[in-house]
Design a protein around this ligand. Structure first.
Ligand code: G3H
Length: 252
């Protein structure tokens, strides 16, 4: 399916950034979102400490709130963890699972990511499943093998495909200012689309595939208008309202 037939999603992952005072920047994002919707869906995934407040103030706005991770179980003795059900209870509509920083820092396996994605679905959330290769893997021509393996192991089983988003984030492009060529992005996104259709049939053609990794206003048009790029997962540039909205502007 051509990217133009799917409403894009521009999601901001604030990672471990943001204090109560960041509500002012979030307010600017909400203020600008009305002009971009309904052409583009906007989402901010703040740290959990801010999710409840942001979700409350975002009611009635055109910005949805997502979590950055969840535990696979609904509740229990898991100190420091947050369940998908808790995120839903806080007003979140989605959760990122399998971000490369979680896969690396917390040694999350594909099976862990899949369990988290299924937990998201169980709680009624959209699962944003992240995949992407390391620099050495790209340089040795293994990108599609790596991404294919991650998809095979991490995508949830079930029929709630409408609640699935895949984010392609080359690990070497995250926070580095480096980006793949448009041709490389197109190749991986076409591969992900083919994989989704193979896995979910016709419904796979409607799953949004985001690109993430050093997206900023100056490169957004080049990266986000490629076929089968249906939006962006933005890190650093999502912390500043003008940059985040400037990225989403490409879909206006
Ligand atoms: O989740 C977002 C990505 O890790 C991208 O981060 P970045 O835009 O700072 O490169």
């Amino acid at each position: 399916m051509a990217s133009g037939q799917i409403r894009p999603l521009v999601a901001g992952n604030w990672k471990m950034n943001g204090m109560k005072a960041s509500a002012a920047e979030f307010g600017k994002i909400m203020a600008g979102a009305g002009d971009l919707w309904p052409k583009t869906d906007l989402m901010i995934c703040p740290p959990a400490t801010l999710a409840v407040t942001f979700a409350a103030v975002a009611v009635g706005s055109k910005v949805e709130i997502g979590g950055q991770d969840c535990h696979a179980k609904p509740s229990g003795a898991h100190t420091g963890d947050i369940s998908a059900e808790m995120l839903a209870d806080a007003g979140c509509k989605a959760v990122i699972v399998g971000h490369s920083e979680r896969r690396a820092d917390h040694k999350e396996s594909n099976a862990d990511v899949k369990a988290k994605a299924e937990a998201a679905w169980r709680a009624g959330l959209t699962a944003i499943v992240c995949v992407g290769e390391q620099r050495a893997e790209r340089e040795s021509g293994k990108t599609l093998d790596v991404v294919g393996g991650q998809l095979a192991g991490s995508l949830p089983d079930g029929a709630t495909v409408a609640n699935l988003v895949v984010a392609y984030e080359p690990v070497w492009a995250i926070g580095t200012g480096l980006t793949p060529t448009p041709a490389d992005v197109a190749e991986v996104h076409a591969f992900i689309r083919k994989t989704l259709v193979g896995r979910f049939g016709a419904a796979g053609a409607g799953v949004r595939i985001l690109y993430g990794g050093s997206v900023k206003p100056s490169n957004a048009k080049e990266l986000l208008t490629i076929t089968d790029v249906n939006g962006a997962l933005v890190g650093g540039a999502s912390l500043k309202a003008t940059d985040f909205l400037g990225i989403a502007e490409v879909y206006r």
